[in-house]
Design a protein around this ligand. Structure first.
Ligand code: FES
Ligand code: FES
Length: 153
């Protein structure tokens, strides 16, 4: 049986081992933050952190995350307080429909963990594979830079 930690809580999902992680998160675990977009590992809507690294959950079978710690966008908040990135996205109104937003937040969180002071080029490069149809990319970049600057810009 697969056992994993999701947002700090241990789970032993009963889904078949080849079930996509995204289906387990959105189904039995009730976490609707990660989204189903392409289903092919191409758009980034379903990103989660697996042991701190961004991973597309739509094409990741459950068996492959046995023993890992998974963080979804819901797990970025601390004691109900938004993550600095989440606050910055609100401040910059960096979501339109919001479908892509959780994946972008996950990728941006991984970026800031690795590089707390990215410049604009580094933010653009990091988010290059996260697709957004709504055209909020400029606001997204501003929001990530705002979070990196401690909420000031
Ligand atoms: S839904 Fe997973 S990458 Fe598009
Ligand atoms: S805000 Fe709509 S897809 Fe990005």
């Amino acid at each position: 049986m697969v056992a994993l930690t999701v947002n700090g809580t241990r789970h032993e999902p009963t889904s078949p081992d080849d079930t996509p992680l995204l289906s387990v998160l959105r189904g039995p675990l009730g976490l609707s933050g990660p989204r189903f977009g392409c289903g092919l590992g191409m758009c980034g809507a379903c990103l989660v952190l697996v042991d701190g690294r961004p991973m597309t959950s739509c094409d990741t079978p459950l068996w492959s995350v046995d023993g890992t710690a998974v963080t979804t966008v819901e797990g970025l908040a601390t004691d109900g307080a938004p993550h600095p990135l989440q606050q910055a996205f609100l401040d910059e109104q960096a979501a339109q429909c919001g479908y892509c937003t959780s994946g972008i937040l996950i990728r941006a969180a991984a970026l800031l963990d690795e590089n707390p002071n990215p410049d604009e080029d580094a933010v653009v490069a990091a988010l290059d594979e996260n697709l957004c149809r709504c055209g909020v990319q400029r606001r997204v970049v501003r929001a990530v830079l705002r979070a990196a600057a401690g909420g000031q810009r």
